[in-house]
Design a binder for this molecule. Sequence first.
Ligand SMILES: *Cc1c(COP(=O)(O)O)cnc(C)c1O
Length: 214
Amino acid sequence: MINIEHYKQVKQDLPAHTELCVVSKRRSREDILAYYDLGERLFAENKAQELLTKTDLKDDIRWSFIGHLQRNKVRQILPYVSLIQSLDSLELAEVIEKECTRIDKTVDVLAEFHLAVNDTNKTGLDEADALSFVRACRQFPHLRLTGMMAMGPHTDDEQEIRRVFMHGQELFAALQKECGDTFTTLSMGMSHDYRIACTCGSTMVRIGSYLFED
Ligand SMILES: *Cc1c(COP(=O)(O)O)cnc(C)c1O
């Protein structure tokens, strides 16, 4: 089921410069098509295997990959993804570059950073490595580093969430200086914290449960 009321709310809440990426993991093909029919074209999955069961749905869906990407899954998903939001190591970048070369494709990627200090499910790059990482990405001609992704902390404390997202915005600005005009995407915000992320400069929110559940 999709939740039209929540969808309308999200569309109303999003600033003009902020894109909605519909997180369709664990959702049926019918539900994805329902959002497609409402005009959505950006969808995201976090598991390679599941993504592959959905890529035949519509040619003009732009699929994002948002989960931890294992290097041995890159070859399978690469033909179908337009944005890999979870680039979290140079080793992964190297494999993506190699596979892109093989199939003659250029792909957009976001560097995923770990911002929340006290979170246990730590994914993403350490921000201390941010500058050296984005510089190192220049050696990969088939990867377009178009921005960064970060998750908020697992808490209901809005102040803490805001603090983390503000920090993300600062890091984004610093990297933008380093990377230039093509570094434009700041992917921050999910169901429970997208409104806060929007006040902190997010240009892309990744929303799943709120769009599909009561
Ligand atoms: C699942 C997921 C989301 C969406 O989370 P919801 O709380 O369902 O909106 C966003 N980003 C990532 C990386 C995810 O894995």
